[in-house]
Design a protein. Structure first.
Length: 178
């Protein structure tokens, strides 16, 4: 009986992982939003956010999880962007250290600006969990659009992210850390 239960759980995990891999979000095209949110941590994220901002896909952008001491001029140089764009339209959040605190930092920023639609730009494999955390922090009044930046993570990274997604979803369902 126990062997069957573990076998069933393993099968469900494998099917869920396959579905997770098949449904990785792609870059979102043709949708505008009030704001763009980019958690640091993966290649191409900030580049994608800046490109969307330049294309007038949103009014403002938050880069959350920036290392303490990093200034807008530092990022303007690194991403070959006019400092004026950072001055007018890009905010840096340095309080977040992980996905959950990125969501909390973003929620405070979204509420302060009274935004109703947010485009979450992050690695394709990170979108499901980051979106879930942000939805838990913001509630139902804000629409969150997932915009996946294609990446080539290692299998271990994908398995780890899928496990974190499952565990965090369970925690939110039972009300732990909500």
């Amino acid at each position: 009986m126990i062997v069957r239960l573990f076998g069933l759980l393993a099968l469900l995990w494998c099917l869920g992982f396959a579905l997770f891999m098949l449904l990785l979000p792609q870059p979102l095209e043709g949708s505008t939003s009030d704001a763009i949110v980019v958690p640091t941590g993966g290649p191409g994220r900030i580049d994608r956010g800046i490109a969307l901002l330049r294309a007038h896909q949103a009014r403002r952008m938050l880069v959350t999880g920036v290392a303490p001491g990093v200034t807008p001029i530092d990022l303007a140089r690194e991403y070959r962007t006019a400092p004026a764009l950072f001055a007018c339209c890009i905010d840096l959040g340095a309080d977040a250290v992980d996905t959950r605190s990125n969501a909390e930092e973003t929620a405070a920023w979204v509420k302060a600006h009274d935004y109703r639609t947010v485009r979450l730009v992050t690695s394709d494999w990170h979108v499901p969990r980051a979106r879930m955390e942000l939805a838990a922090a913001l509630g139902k009044r804000v629409v969150i659009l997932g915009d996946g930046v294609p990446g080539t993570p290692r299998l271990g990274t994908l398995v780890n992210e899928y496990n974190k997604l499952i565990l965090r979803r369970i925690a939110l369902w039972i009300g732990v850390g909500a």
